[in-house]
Design a protein around this ligand. Structure first.
Ligand SMILES: [Zn+2]
Length: 410
């Protein structure tokens, strides 16, 4: 890892803030940076020089002011640094290498955690990272860190039959174990927060600093971007949408509550209904195996997307509950932009989008004041992995931008 030059804490902070200003501006002049930061032209010149020396910025020709002195413009040098993102998922481990601009330059997919314990999975991850590094063939010193999405409070919880594994992952410090093995800084956050951050960082979001990302894997999570930062809550566990109650007399949930969204609408619930539907399991080739819930759900979702009647009803059922939960969030937070991301939306995401759009347009409290845009996220299944990589970039290069509070340990 390349060390940040030995600057004092406030100088390092200013440098990080300037780097972030250039990143979010796209192309910017020194004079504009001085205006944005309130720093003197001399200070800006000094910080910019240090960022140019480190190749983090490049000069890209000249602005076009009407008369007067021509100003050279600055841009982020996307190929100056890279980070790895890993989505630690039950069904699939997805690795991406992104450059400083958030563009994916390398990828690797391997089998998910399944029922494996950390002692088995962490060494495998270290080996797969080595493989990925060889594959992308980048200077080692340009790779700044690894971001991990998942393996937090929400990972695997409530899955009957492997609660021992779940407990082990829940209390397992994946960052420390990985950091020791790969010798790079490792940071971690939940899937939904990573997906939201990734979308923000890469500028795929139109001019807004506030939006939510609904993430579906085997459960649900919601990442909230507020004022350009990921909302964290008291313990960095914001967005447990899966445990929003959508039916107070509904089935008992493993969390202790009743009628949680997860019990009624998550892939496992859809698969359970499909297995109870005469002939459907054979027709769609469902395994009914707890370890393959994701694959079974994907089969139902694909059939639904093709318009087959019974699968379509099952997915629409799930989408109705999801739309009800989202409506409450929209009402609570006055949202005007929502993205759907994650592997659960890859095949039948359009059905969920339609239900959410219709419900929100019809009954959201703020419907007379503004509309709510609901879209599928472009990186789809890899949204969490590429977001995790941007988390690592941000952690190492722009630490001032973090608003994270360390989770309280009980
Ligand atoms: Zn619950």
């Amino acid at each position: 890892m390349r060390a940040v030059r030995s600057l004092g804490p406030s100088a390092a902070r200013t440098r990080s803030a300037i780097l972030d200003m250039v990143r979010s501006s796209g192309t910017v002049s020194r004079i504009e940076l001085a205006e944005m930061s309130g720093l003197t032209a001399a200070s800006i010149t000094r910080f910019v020089k240090s960022l140019l020396d480190d190749r983090l910025l490049v000069e890209t020709g000249y602005g076009d002011p009407t008369g007067g002195k021509r100003r050279s413009l600055l841009e982020l040098n996307p190929r100056a640094r890279y980070a790895v993102g890993l989505s630690l998922d039950v069904a699939r481990l997805s690795y991406v290498v992104v450059d400083l601009g958030g563009e994916v330059v390398g990828q690797l997919v391997s089998p998910g955690i399944g029922q494996s314990t950390p002692s088995v999975t962490v060494p495998r991850i270290a080996d797969e990272l080595e493989m990925l590094f060889r594959q992308v063939d980048l200077p080692v010193e340009d790779i700044v860190g690894v971001g991990v999405a998942g393996a937090g409070l929400d990972l695997g919880t409530g899955v009957d039959g492997w609660s021992a594994t779940t407990d082990e992952w829940d209390s397992f410090a994946v960052q420390e174990a990985l950091q020791k093995r790969v010798g790079l800084p490792v940071v971690r956050d939940n899937d939904a927060a990573c997906a939201a951050l990734g979308q923000y960082w890469t500028g795929r979001i139109p001019a807004t600093q506030d939006f939510a990302t609904l993430y579906m894997s085997l459960g649900f999570g919601m990442g909230l971007m507020v004022g350009g930062g990921v909302s964290r809550g008291a313990s960095s566990n914001v967005g447990e949408l899966g445990h929003m109650v959508v039916d107070i007399d509904g089935p008992e949930c493993w969390c202790g509550s009743r009628g949680c969204l997860e019990m009624l609408a998550a892939p496992r619930a859809v698969v359970r209904r499909a297995l109870g539907s005469p002939g459907l399991a054979a027709e769609l080739g469902l395994s009914g195996d707890e370890a393959h819930v994701r694959q079974d759900f994907d089969a139902v979702a694909r059939a639904a997307a093709e318009g087959r009647e019974r699968p379509r009803e099952l997915v629409e059922d799930s989408a109705r509950y999801v739309a009800a939960a989202v409506l409450s969030v929209v009402n609570l937070l006055d949202l005007d932009l929502l993205y759907l991301a994650g592997p659960g939306f890859v095949d039948a995401g359009a059905i969920y989008v339609r239900h959410i759009r219709e419900r929100v347009a019809r009954v959201a409290r703020i419907r007379a004041i503004h509309s709510v845009t609901v879209e599928l996220s472009t990186p789809g299944a890899d949204a969490a992995a590429s977001g995790a990589a941007t988390l690592a970039l941000q952690h190492v290069l722009m630490p001032h931008a973090r608003v994270r509070r360390e989770p309280a340990r009980s």
